[in-house]
Design a protein. Structure first.
Length: 55
């Protein structure tokens, strides 16, 4: 019972916060990549640089 209570009160909310944070960070990364690609004169180079930087 104590383990279930700990899950409900601490672990699950903490996990949800972490997922929400990761989701928001991924949106920022996607926006950055998109804007970088759109603004680049050499689209192929911008794409390759983006792919290389996230490995």
């Amino acid at each position: 019972v104590a383990e279930l209570q700990m899950l409900l009160e601490e672990e699950i909310p903490s996990g949800k916060r972490a997922l929400r944070e990761s989701y928001q960070n991924l949106i920022l990364v996607a926006d950055y990549c998109k804007n970088n690609y759109i603004q680049a004169a050499d689209k192929r180079r911008a794409l390759e640089e983006t792919k290389a930087s996230w490995k």
